[in-house]
Design a protein around this ligand. Structure first.
Ligand SMILES: Nc1ncnc2c1ncn2[C@@H]1O[C@H](COP(=O)(O)OP(=O)(O)OP(=O)(O)O)[C@@H](O)[C@H]1O
Ligand SMILES: [Mg+2]
Length: 589
């Protein structure tokens, strides 16, 4: 056995394998260097998916000839002035990126330091560094990476198509651009701009929202809530989408820790918990959230591409995220996303097959517009109110308006000051019941109603055991159950405010819910889910006829109840159509 130290160029290639596993990783490292250098603009070009050329130009502080020479050596960094790995406040800290890229490509860096009157350039090819030579450039730095991985052909084989690699480069830039709204970013493929973001200005939250709207989309900006919460030196800021705006996967969840894009199970778990009451488990909210905490509370040195972190106190981080999001979502009250109304409008066509109308605008923009009352819709006799005339004025007082009709025994149609609201009475009722049970638990306990004949539910033994173990906690939530032999449960009392319920379905669903929870978690922590499950089996199904007073009571209760804009599965409980948009449908605008 011959034991030997590997030569520097082999060491660098090994390191490069971890740091730059694909073109997007090189783009990320170089853009991060630009951000660390204080750049206002960073322009990137990626040719042939990054295999041909990656060029990154910034207008940051630049480097002198000596700095340029050192920057390409391993472990040379200007970002750890006091060797303190605990207090990292820049994106870089290892002095690995440039030497790693230089080890596996033909790298050329041209740079001019802020106060210098000339620029210098240096080349590194497959790890061989040349002397810096004079060059021409304005203040800042231009890094050009040619023939990436030419020196490591095995890696080259693993690259996907140019298009896929290009998309990954774009994704990496979009993520960084979200965290630095005041920096301008562009990405081109040599002939076309794939990303072009001007530096944003003004108050930070406004600037941020502009940037997020450009990257994630206007729909997100229109249907998200600003988050700004602080706890023990940690701060959570950014925007969280309304639950009604959701997707089938987590690709639209952007999480950052101290300005770094991070994918972290703890953070994703906290997010899931915060939305659990408002969304079905297979739907994902859209968020862009930025966690800032003192550098000593987080270790960023745990992953070669710096995309994972470790928190010193993960419970605290989780608590901040869950608390802040739940609070913000309750404040959002009955707001449901406009997306559904847009979708509904898109589905309408005039007789002539006109194009879909433009998306709805914000309420504030429309305020003060046309207020003519809608003609009375055909109503059922029992839906007519004696107070009909005075209710026209009342329309102005209520965000969800005054009920005018019930259609198909499922939908309540209400007139608002500037449009109409259509409520799905079953979804709305389910939500209200859920919130009522929750507040009863918080107040003086849930009133129970004994069953004339106790109902037996047969289940497998494990499910029974889980339920019986929680019997005390379920009793506090209004449900009295007992074991009934080895494979059955008997239900003796149910929450009075649920009315008649589907007990078999409820018990089975609760057993499924419990299987997902950790035994050590108090049911109280999952109270929202439990209430949602109960409400789902106790609500008035579609098909019940409501009179005007009942309909209006439903609307008023929705206005007063947090989260009433969506049912517990994340579907909206109502949609709103503005008059202005209805007019567009008829070609009046
Ligand atoms: N665009 C740039 N403008 C100014 N200085 C730069 C630029 N890019 C790199 N440097 C200098 O070169 C040094 C080495 O860069 P490199 O990316 O290799 O390491 P790092 O950023 O310090 O740490 P990390 O490996 O974690 O990215 C930096 O510390 C910085 O001083
Ligand atoms: Mg770096």
């Amino acid at each position: 056995m011959i034991l030997r130290l590997l030569p520097e160029n082999v060491v660098n290639k090994i390191a490069a394998g971890e740091v730059v596993e694909r073109p997007a990783a090189a783009v990320k490292e170089l853009v991060e260097n630009g951000i660390d250098a204080g750049a206002q603009r960073i322009d990137v070009a990626v040719i042939d998916g990054g295999r041909g050329l990656i060029s990154v130009v910034d207008d940051g502080c630049g480097m002198t000839a000596e700095e340029l020479n050192l920057a390409c050596d391993r472990h040379a960094t200007s970002k750890l002035p006091d060797d303190d790995l605990i207090r990292i406040s820049s994106l870089g800290f290892r002095g690995e990126a440039l030497p790693s890229i230089g080890a596996v490509s033909r790298l050329e860096i041209t740079s001019r330091a802020k106060d210098a009157d000339s620029a210098w350039s240096i080349c590194v090819e497959g790890g061989d560094k040349q002397e810096p030579a004079p060059a021409a450039l304005g203040v800042g730095t231009r890094v050009e990476v040619r023939d990436l991985f030419y020196a490591t052909p095995a890696r080259l084989k693993f690259l996907k198509t140019a298009r896929t690699e290009q998309n990954r480069c774009l994704e990496a830039m979009r993520r960084l651009a979200m965290a630095y709204p005041t920096v301008g970013f562009s990405l081109s493929d040599g002939s076309r701009k794939l990303l072009n973001l001007a530096p944003t200005q003004g108050e930070l939250f406004v600037a941020w929202l502009d940037r997020l709207a450009e990257i994630i989309g206007r729909e997100f900006a229109d249907n998200s809530i600003a988050i700004n919460a602080e706890r023990e030196g940690m701060r959570l800021t950014g925007y969280a989408g309304l639950p009604t705006l959701n997707r089938g996967n987590g690709a639209m969840q952007f999480l950052f820790v101290n300005g770094r894009p991070i994918s972290d199970r703890l953070l994703i778990g906290a997010l899931r918990s915060a939305y659990r009451e408002f969304l079905a488990s297979d739907r994902y909210p859209l968020v862009a959230l930025f966690l800032t905490l003192p550098p000593e509370m987080v270790d960023v040195n745990v992953h070669p591409a710096k995309t994972e972190v470790r928190f010193r106190d993960s419970g605290l981080v989780r608590g901040l995220i869950v608390g802040a999001l739940k609070h913000a979502l309750s404040e959002a009250g009955h707001r449901a996303s406009t997306t559904n109304a847009d979708f509904a409008l898109g589905a309408f066509r005039s007789g002539g097959g006109a194009a879909p109308v433009a998306p709805l605008r914000g309420i504030s923009e429309l305020a003060g517009h046309y207020h003519a009352p809608l003609p009375q819709l055909a109503t059922q006799p029992d839906a007519r109110s004696a107070k009909e005339d005075s209710s026209v004025e009342a329309v102005d007082d209520y965000p969800l308006g005054v009920a005018r009709a019930q259609l198909h025994e499922t939908y309540v149609v209400a007139q608002t000051c500037d449009g109409i609201v259509i409520v799905d009475q079953h979804a709305a009722h389910e939500r209200l019941v859920q919130e009522r049970i929750k507040s009863a638990i918080d107040a003086d306990g849930v009133a129970r109603q004994g069953m004339l004949i106790p109902e037996v539910v047969e289940l497998d033994e494990a499910a029974c055991d889980r339920l019986v173990a929680r019997a005390g906690e379920l009793l506090e939530m209004g449900l009295a159950i007992e074991a009934f032999g080895p494979g059955a449960i008997v239900v003796r009392e149910t929450p009075a405010l649920l009315g008649k319920i589907d007990i078999q379905g409820l018990i089975r669903n609760l057993a499924d819910d419990l299987a997902e929870y950790d035994d050590t978690i108090a049911l109280q922590e999952r109270v929202g889910d439990v209430c949602a499950t109960m409400a789902c089996h106790g609500s008035v199904r579609a098909g019940r006829r409501l009179n005007a007073d009942e309909m209006n009571a439903l609307l008023r209760e929705m206005e007063a109840t947090p989260h009433s804009g969506q049912c517990s599965h994340g579907r909206p409980t109502y949609v709103e159509l503005k008059l202005a948009d209805i007019e567009k449908l008829f070609g009046r605008r």
